[in-house]
Design a protein around this ligand. Sequence first.
Ligand code: GDP
Ligand code: MN
Length: 400
Amino acid sequence: MNIHEYQGKDILKRYGVRVQEGIVADTAEEAVEAAKKLNAETGTSWYVIKAQIHAGGRGKGGGVKLAKNLEQVQEIAGQIIGMQLVTKQTGAEGRKVHKVLVAQDVYYPGESETKEFYMSVLLDRTTGQNVIIYTTEGGMDIEEVAESHPDKILKEHVDPRVGLRPFQAAKIAFNLGLTGAAQKEMVKFVMALYKAYDETDSSMFEINPVLKTSDNKILAVDAKVTLDENALYRHKDFVELRDTNEEDPLEVEASASNLNYVKLDGNVGCMVNGAGLAMATMDIIKLSGGEPANFLDVGGGANAQTVEAGFRIILKDPNVKAILINIFGGIVRCDRVANGVVEAYKNIGDIRVPIIVRLQGTNAEEGARIIDESGLKVYSAVLLKDAAEKVKEVLAAQGI
Ligand code: GDP
Ligand code: MN
């Protein structure tokens, strides 16, 4: 589960990570009030107005702007709130901005140079460890750095049983070229950042840029945090951080019906029990010349209700030209699933696309018979190969 920058920074602060201070606002007027408060608290008189959406690259897209007085705060916040922000990560349609973070300007001139670094903590599945990835080339697109200067991207693996040891943090600060007060600050920063990542059970904390200010403070200017949904039961207060505005509406609806649904761009909707079988089914769809329109795992107990909820969600996607239902009847019996499909079909009524149902396992033949005798525009198959053939046929009949 992704969260907003301002929420990520709140979490970081709780763990003692220094951040660029800011206050979130829903309107231009609130932004001005936020700026006044920030001025009282931090003494800053320049502000950065930052669009809060779950996507990076906001700066380049015009979603991060400097304001040098309260009039500019009002004007810029007014422009950014409500805008459709397009960045490298949002796709061409962009994302509507509902909130801005009014933050203190931390790029002020001073005794030494301001420097931007990159740092992230995430899970390295190949080694079964956590890893801190960091580079002196901060502030810019990390994918670009990885492409042009892969040697500049450094990694520090952390054994999750031992945790991050201070000498490792010291090594990171040294490799970033820091000395004196800034080096000490960086050690504290890295230790606190790792602790935040670890104790929140997150799958990623990405801070780009980590800033060394001109007076040698180290702070997080940005925060991209991915919380592990499977660990939310241990962090009940994180549940409210979810922002469904940032999610695909069909995925939000599916999660309300307890369906594991991921929207894709293809033309063949699929409904399957079990995630592995769902992946295999998507492969089969591709092999038969279609493109999967979604991933949908209806879980172990495929019944009339779940099938109907699944149908309704798949049918809301206008790209869908056929639906392939692939159920393995292990715990659930195929005849029950077949009855569920027929019932759901009748409840929905007007289904505009052909449906291919492949049932395998307990009572598969009986299931196929129920489908065949239903009189509905549903094709049954027992072998996946036959189901794939049928998908190909119904697409061809529509000129696809
Ligand atoms: P992103 O573009 O979505 O990654 O958003 P960031 O929070 O990283 O901000 C983008 C860029 O805005 C940063 O890389 C900085 O160059 C700039 N920026 C952020 N905060 C400040 C600030 O306090 N002062 C100034 N002058 N620039 C800032
Ligand atoms: Mn950033």
